[in-house]
Unconditional design. Structure first.
Length: 551
């Protein structure tokens, strides 16, 4: 093996161990060499270690040396996204799709990249290309990965999402070997191990923390296996305090994470990420725990034969949808999504937010990639019907914001009727939402945490019922909050409902979060899973059933 190949192999080992900064430092002295592979690996290591601006140069050099290097284009696109250059990132993804027209991965990234910058001129063509690539792929293929998260945000068939998830999981877990089997035995106290990179100032931690605080400590021990950052925030300190042990596995590879979970004698392993950014859920392919569960992070199937259950509820995961899940459905009796009732909202003056006092403010707090052309058509129909209204949209960056203003003008709506809210911290964001009058949901990918955030701020959310997990979360949250009448069946009904609420009385949002009951119901579900495992029975669908303590 040449010295260059030895260097690259050493860098790959570092990156495989999640030591990206060390890999970048290893390659830096050789960054002048005209090697496509070296430049690509160096750029990737820089990007993954949080230095996207520095990554651009090496990645461009890699492409200069090999202009059809798909991996270099992908890494460059990810770096550009981090730099909020989403239109340029979309062009990189488009090049990948042109180079690999039958690649599901390439088509997913192309469609999602365009959505992130609200570039809709190829929306239908992107969907057609993506669907064709999925349908052309043989069942059971694991020769590439797709992007289930990207597909979930677009109109799709549930069977296609399952197919992409299975293929992606097979690809991402290749080479991982199961640990020796371990039997489930009856015991008075279960050890639950949660795996995520989001135990910090993140929506997942905000949703989960009060449920962990409310858990039955006599019957359940909780370990958090974190592969995320240490941000020192109050939320991170709170969620660490809510568990029995916080275990940093950020520098372990997938097999190492599994080995650590096995060493900690986890009974039920719960992945909180699924097919979302930064996930390491495929560590569970090593089968570290007797029972393995997916919950909360990804609104859809993992496609993994090593995940036994997916936690949902009667709305997001009806038992009739079982054919579209690789896991067995385990239903909570209420909404599957917890929330924190302890947070307090401090009203913010509209003027401080750039909002006119006398306007009807329609909140659109979902990320831009969730806004499809059809959704925007409906929202603009609302603005035509309500001349006193403005749309208060979460900014997607300068490029996306300019695109949305242009799309509004094409639909006969003055661009200045869209006011963009800049990204801010979680607490500040929660407070400012209270300045809105009504919130407009997106579809097919609803607002999830976004919906509960709006309700917690006293803002009613109007949603549209869809097919599949991601399209029903808002319905589940609204039903739990006692507001099922805000869930519409058609776009026309959506417009009519918003207009009726704008011109008439709006519902009062009453406290709906009971984390203690949620914790008892979740624990009862875990105990039902465990009881089957102890009895030597395979996983089976678990219909909603309130816990004895909660009933």
């Amino acid at each position: 093996m040449s010295s260059l190949q030895s260097l690259l192999q050493a860098a790959l080992v570092e990156m495989g161990q999640q030591r990206h900064a060390q890999a970048a430092a290893l390659l830096a002295p050789y960054a002048h060499l005209p090697s496509n592979e070296l430049q690509r690996y160096y750029g990737e290591a820089l990007r993954r270690s949080g230095r996207p601006q520095e990554a651009v140069g090496p990645l461009m050099q890699a492409l200069a040396l090999k202009m059809d290097d798909v991996d270099a284009y992908l890494q460059l696109a990810f770096a550009l996204q981090s730099l909020q250059m989403k239109a340029e990132a979309a062009e990189c993804f488009r090049t990948v799709a042109a180079l690999q027209p039958l690649s599901i991965m390439a088509q997913c990234y192309q469609a999602h990249g365009d959505q992130q910058c609200a570039r809709w001129q190829d929306f239908e063509a992107n969907l057609q290309s993506l669907t064709a690539a999925i349908r052309a792929k043989p069942d059971g293929a694991t020769d590439e990965f797709g992007v289930p998260f990207a597909l979930g945000g677009l109109p799709h068939q549930p069977a296609d999402l399952l197919k992409v998830a299975r293929m992606s999981t097979g690809f991402l877990s290749r080479g991982l070997q199961p640990l020796p089997p371990i039997a489930a035995v009856a015991k008075p106290k279960l050890r639950i191990g949660y795996l995520s990179c989001d135990f910090h100032a993140h929506a997942t931690a905000a949703l989960l923390v009060e449920v962990l605080e409310a858990r039955d400590r006599d019957r359940f021990e909780v370990l958090l296996f974190s592969h995320g950052p240490d941000d020192g925030t109050t939320l991170q300190q709170r969620i660490r305090s809510a568990c029995d042990r916080f275990i940093d596995v950020s520098e372990l590879d997938l097999a190492g994470i599994a080995a650590r979970m096995r060493a900690e004698q986890v009974d039920i392993a719960v992945d909180l990420k699924g097919h979302t950014a930064g996930s390491r859920f495929t560590a569970l392919a090593c089968r570290p725990a007797p029972v393995q569960v997916a919950w909360l992070g990804f609104p859809g199937t993992s496609g993994a034969d090593f995940i036994d259950y997916i936690v949902g509820d009667e709305i997001v995961t009806p038992l009739a949808d079982a054919p579209f899940y690789s896991e067995k459905i385990a239903q909570l009796p209420g909404c599957y999504q917890p929330c924190d009732a302890s947070r307090r909202i401090e009203p913010v003056n509209r003027a401080d937010l750039g909002l006119p006092e006398d306007a009807l403010v329609l909140l659109a707090a979902n990320a831009v990639y969730k806004v499809t052309p059809r959704v925007f058509d409906v929202w603009m129909a609302v603005l035509h019907r309500l001349p006193q209204a403005l749309l208060w949209q979460l900014s997607g960056g300068e490029q996306a914001d300019a695109q949305l203003r242009a799309e509004a003008q094409r639909r006969g709506v003055a661009p200045d009727r869209i006011v963009f809210m800049p990204p801010v911290g979680m607490a500040e964001h929660g407070h400012r939402l209270a300045a809105a009058d009504l919130a407009l949901d997106t579809w097919p990918y609803n607002g999830h945490t976004t919906t509960s955030d709006a309700l917690a701020s006293g803002v009613p959310v109007v949603s549209l019922r869809g097919d599949g997990f991601g399209s029903r979360v808002a319905e589940s949250v609204l039903t739990a909050a006692g507001l099922p009448e805000l869930v519409c069946g058609t776009p026309d009904e959506f417009v009519a409902r918003v207009c009726a609420l704008a011109n008439g009385p709006r519902p009062t949002i009453r406290p709906w979060i009971d984390s203690t009951t949620f914790a008892r119901d979740l624990e009862a579900l875990y105990e039902r899973m465990w009881a089957r495992a102890v009895a030597g029975l395979p996983p089976a669908a678990l219909a909603a059933q309130p816990s004895t303590d909660a009933a």
